[in-house]
Design a binder for this molecule. Structure first.
Ligand SMILES: CC(C)(COP(=O)(O)OP(=O)(O)OC[C@H]1O[C@@H](n2cnc3c(N)ncnc32)[C@H](O)[C@@H]1OP(=O)(O)O)[C@@H](O)C(=O)NCCC(=O)NCCS
Length: 167
């Protein structure tokens, strides 16, 4: 648990589920919406920011499959959202940093993200990569996307951070 003035960054609890659901849904142009059932089943992979008893930020992670070379598996950062009135206070960065510290326990090769907010991830140390390097993510996440016909013409940007160099 990380305390800053006025807010705390902590692992999510089941009582946060509805607020996480609302926060992600408020950003449906930037994020893939998630059902309440999905959030419940993955609550142990969410980190939130709480301020005055309210969830004002969240993010989640998922380990992607890596056929044949499990030690090279990547972690995907998902569902990063900070409430409008709480932006540019470092909350998003603290949540993603907290997730990176957690996942480093498993020693994944890299963290990846597909995002419409490249400046935010660049400030955290992510760098742009060709989408062809995240085909597993494209197959799993983009296959059911109804916003864009083709992941290669979708404006989302693929980014990665080498986690083994970071340690
Ligand atoms: C992207 C988002 C999570 C950033 O959260 P945040 O708490 O405001 O970010 P931080 O305060 O930690 O920002 C850290 C740095 O990232 C960069 N950054 C953050 N938001 C930015 C923006 N809108 N434009 C340009 N740079 C930005 C800046 O360098 C910033 O440092 P600074 O404030 O000292 O200039 C938030 O704007 C958001 O919820 N957006 C809508 C959902 C979304 O796009 N999520 C990401 C999809 S994966």
């Amino acid at each position: 648990m990380q305390e800053q003035s006025g807010f705390v960054i902590r692992p999510a609890k089941l009582r946060d589920v509805e607020q996480i659901f609302d926060l992600i849904r408020q950003h449906k142009d930037d994020l893939i919406t998630r059902s309440v059932g999905d959030i419940i089943q993955n609550i142990d992979r969410f980190v939130v920011c709480e301020s005055d008893g309210r969830v004002v930020g969240c993010a989640a992670w998922k380990i992607l499959p890596e056929i044949g070379e499990p030690e090279k598996a990547s972690v995907e950062i998902q569902s990063v959202a900070v409430s409008d009135g709480f932006r540019r206070k470092n909350i998003g960065s603290l949540i993603v940093d907290n997730i990176l510290q957690r996942v480093c326990l498993f020693d994944p090769a890299q963290a990846i993200v597909l995002t419409f907010a490249p400046e935010f991830f660049r400030a955290l140390g992510f760098r742009e990569i060709p989408k062809t390097q995240v085909m597993h993510k494209l197959y799993m996440g983009c296959i059911n996307c109804t916003k864009h016909a083709n992941p290669f013409t979708c404006p989302e940007i693929a980014m990665a951070m080498d986690l083994r160099k970071k340690q």
